[in-house]
Design a protein around this ligand. Sequence first.
Ligand code: LRH
Ligand code: MN
Length: 400
Amino acid sequence: MMTDSEIQKIQAALDHFRIETPSWGFADTGTRFGKFLQDAAAIDINDKLADAGQVHAFTGCCPSVALHVLWDFSTDKGPAEIVQLARKYGVRVGAINPNLFQDQIYKYGSICNRDETVRDAAVKHLLDSAELAKHTGSQVVFIWLADGSNYPGQANIRWRKRALVETLRPLHEALNPDQLMLLEYKPFEPAFYHTDLADWGMAYVIAKEVGPKARVAVDSGHHYLSQNIEQIVAWLLDTGMLGGFHFNDRRYADDDLTFGSIDPYQAFRIFHEIHFFAWETGQQPQIPYMIDQSHIDKPKIEAMIQTATTAQELYAKAAVVDFEKLARHQERNEQVDAEECLRQAFFADVRPAILEWRRRQKLPLDPLAAFRESGYESDAAKERKARRIELGLTSSGSYA
Ligand code: LRH
Ligand code: MN
């Protein structure tokens, strides 16, 4: 049974736990082998924000939506219209994600490209993204770079490292004092020999050289299977360089599967390092938690609700680790007892306390079931299927 203090810890943890949904998680996405269309998938930014509004309405913990500049903004839907739309659906615009990976000019990289005109175009896109963030009231510009090479000798890695700092500085200067630029590292894909921002250390070095508004972003899928992600999180916390997360899960590589679906204990260990840091320092770190997933076959809104409630459950479990006891066992190298502190919490049934939180928030006790009963998805499927035919958006497009 949960003690009253454990139930209070869970209530307090859920009161501040918020996780941002990605606009692109509501639209049809695929792999290089194709994309399977879903009738209910979002077609445009209005649909994406409407669907994100559903996730927040049923879970109470997803008030903001991350946007991807080239996928969400257009000439007829500028920042002001999008802010209005978000408000209409009960959410707000979150992180702004520039896109320096899909334009043909970026074949040999964007900000690390040897061609100055390409680097200039990339810097302009970053500055445009900063302007968008100011108009949408976003605190965060979230940067992921596909930049890298595919063969030994193809690239001067040191030259490209220096180019990273030179071309990221203008964005840093353009940001408001309360805005942050997050550098998201990734070891490989789409580059398969070297990636310019391949791991946390490289992102850390570049962020330090760029300036105090630069931080490191941790996408849980951007690690080798043998890497200890929670150790990276602990180091970034301890150095004040942890900028935010892209949460998902994977069995092999950057699979972008739903968070906690493959290795929930991994997710728990990450949340443990954050709660343990807060307990030890007395500071609750202000970390933007975001989802970054691609729902290839799962119904997208259901997958997002499943992700948000799983994240709540794992965050709540990690909040009830007995940190006094743990710290004592750690000092005395009592490893079995120390590990038992985490296992006790991980295997604790926190669901009654979460139901209590939902009851207090006047939220449905079972968000997924309530969403299914709402009939929103079948209505959306009917309307969007017809609209797709009208817009001629019926083909999924093939790899080759
Ligand atoms: C790259 C990434 C990055 C994005 C994209 C959608 O793998 O994680 O965060 O912008 O996925
Ligand atoms: Mn990501």
